[in-house]
Design a protein. Sequence first.
Length: 157
Amino acid sequence: MDLPQLFQPSDLILGFDPKDKWDAIRVLVSHLATSGRFTTAVGDRVYEQVISRERSMSTGMERGIAIPHAAVEEVSKVTACMGIVQRDGGLAFESIDGQPARLVVLLVIPRAHKLLHIRTLADVARVLTNDQVREKLIAATDSQQAWEALGGGEAAR
């Protein structure tokens, strides 16, 4: 999946500063609902599914990346947004490597598209594990600059 098509610049939230990973998920789901990607009722269902997935196993990866996600019946297309934690110390996310998250990507995928779910997770992880892309995202001063950093990561793929 082409990340600049998956994310709109407004879906890259700079200065993301939730109190914990549960609050991060709540804020990201709320962002998608208030930006019109799905209704508030569907947002409630998305939140339940993502929280359920996160409780079963942390989606904190390595290198400061967390990808909370869920497959949800009420969603008809892949929907995503990213919180970019720019504060020192990052965000505790129970990551595999024990390091705090700096990039928190919420992915919501239609339940009927299991292969798309796996492929999208892999594509996001592949681009974000690029050190230069991560550094540019964290250093971005506006959403457009962050979005362009994703495009640079796609070109390097």
